[in-house]
Design a protein around this ligand. Structure first.
Ligand code: NDP
Ligand code: 2IT
Length: 444
């Protein structure tokens, strides 16, 4: 059996009940096969893959808090510190009822390669809780965040582990978390990113993930002698990543016709009016259904199926495994040409294979959505220097980083004779830097 298959079997046996983690590992190991084959002896003797798939540390803790009715609630809290070969652990916190250890391990594992691709010195980590911020008052969210940070603060620091936002964690939550960290540790340091602009945050961090998806999409189009101008686009989700992907792709001349949330999707043939989506989601914390009540000609459909609307470009920006094989088949049948993942692992392995086999240019999340964490690293840099850059400066750096990620991914795919296979390219290019660092640092 090949070394990669052996390690995959071991991961499945030793990490039961964690299908998303198995899936993320499967994809990476399949891509790395061609690299490992060239030097299997050395990788085996150093147990590189066994070390790569085992988190350096997982911290799990109880998060007790008091709700508005005076009842005590208890949630689970986690931080997965996956790999620190190239820098302090870096990655978001997710607050969503579906969060469990396996989901955070898949996210932390993806983060290792994503952070490597940015070219910046950040290792891989992820954390979160099964807490559901939906429908909670600001006071309840604050009580939860304070309790969560009271435990987490023992394990993080500006040069140790720097969390940020993810699903269910935005500016409000980062604020409450930061306040509690500072209160307990007495340190005003860059321990979290995605901070507010008056207290150490970076301009463009809010927009960065969505903008970055579109910057790399633009590079893919150019590499295929194409342009985004006039294209019809679907963006799934209507959270942070989705909103700013819509903003940038619209600025570049494309038309977004549909968005969704976990309840259903809206179709607006005239093009989504983003100011209305922002008001519903960023101000009122409402449902996407309200868009159809406010915009004439827009139609709301309850449930899944946003991919049935014909499009040239599909940007999944909601959550893992939202696009399966049937969805992929429908996209191809309707002539979709590009898929760039704003979310982490939103396409199943079968869906991805079908898209690639049918000529769709497919950019995986660990490359396409790396602009968020890259700008987080720029926030860390500004915090260390105790100054802040202008929006233009940060945006230009983000753009350069995304162009460079495209080059690295494209180059690695070509070096291994799989041009246009950006999945293989991203995994190999991300791995190359991390493995060099792991080898140099000995058996740790
Ligand atoms: P938000 O919480 O801001 O938004 C999430 C969006 O996805 C919401 O519209 C939400 O709908 C929808 N969604 C969540 N879960 C589901 C589900 N099970 N089914 C259908 N829709 C769902 O999160 P972000 O925009 O920050 O994150 C979106 C994705 O992007 C995630 O995969 C995240 O890991 C990834 N990502 C985020 C980065 C960042 O900087 N924020 C960076 C890189 C990747 P509803 O409100 O109904 O739950
Ligand atoms: O998935 C991700 O890259 C994020 N949620 C952002 C992480 C970060 O540290 O900015």
């Amino acid at each position: 059996m090949s070394y990669t298959d052996e390690v995959y079997e071991r991961v499945v046996a030793q990490n039961p009940g964690e299908p998303e983690f198995h899936q993320a590992v499967r994809e990476v190991l399949d891509s790395l096969k061609v690299v490992i084959d060239r030097n299997e002896e050395e990788y085996r003797s150093l147990s590189i893959l066994e070390r790569l798939v085992e988190p350096e540390r997982i911290i799990s803790f109880r998060v007790p808090w008091v709700d508005d009715n005076g009842n005590i609630q208890v949630n689970k809290g986690y931080r997965v510190q996956f790999n620190s070969a190239i820098g302090p652990y870096k990655g978001g916190l997710r607050f969503h009822p579906t969060v469990n250890q396996g989901i955070l391990k898949f996210l932390g594992f993806e983060q290792i390669f994503k952070n490597s691709l940015t070219g910046l010195p950040i290792g891989g980590g992820k954390g979160g809780s099964n807490f559901d911020p939906k429908g909670k008052s600001d006071r309840e969210v604050m009580a939860f965040c304070q309790s969560f940070m009271t435990e987490l603060c023992k394990y993080i620091g500006a040069d140790q582990d720097v969390p940020a936002g993810d699903i269910g964690v935005g500016g409000r939550e980062i604020g409450f978390l930061y306040g509690q960290y500072k209160r307990i540790k007495g340190l005003y340091e860059g321990v979290l990113t995605g901070k507010g602009l008056t207290w150490g945050g970076s301009l463009i961090r809010t927009q960065a993930t969505g903008y970055g998806v579109v910057y790399i999409l633009d590079e893919i189009a150019k590499a295929h002698n194409d342009t985004l101008e006039g294209k019809t686009v679907i963006v799934t989700g209507s959270g942070n990543v989705a909103i700013y992907a819509v903003e940038k792709v619209t600025q570049l001349g494309a038309k977004v016709v549909a968005m969704c949330d976990s309840n259903g999707y809206v179709y607006d043939p005239d093009g989504i009016k983003l100011d209305i989506v922002k008001d519903i989601k960023e101000v009122k914390r409402g449902r996407i259904k309200e868009y159809a009540d406010r915009v004439e000609g827009a139609v709301y459909t309850e449930g899944k199926g946003i991919w049935t609307i014909p499009c040239d470009i599909y940007l999944p920006c909601a959550t893992q495994n939202e696009l399966d094989l049937d969805g992929a088949k429908t996209l191809v049948a309707n002539g979709c040409k590009y898929v760039a993942e704003g979310a982490n692992m939103p396409t199943t392995l079968e869906g991805t294979a079908y898209l690639q086999e049918n000529g769709v240019c497919f950019m995986p999340g660990k490359a396409a959505n790396a602009g968020g964490v890259a700008t987080s690293a720029l926030e860390m840099t500004q915090n260390s220097m105790r100054l802040s850059w202008s929006a233009e400066e940060v945006d230009a750096k983000l753009h350069d980083i995304m162009v460079n990620i495209f080059k690295k991914v494209d180059d690695a795919a070509k070096r291994y004779d799989m041009p246009d296979n950006y999945v293989v390219g991203a995994n190999i290019a991300g791995f190359e830097k991390v493995v060099e660092a792991m080898k140099a640092q000995g058996i740790v």
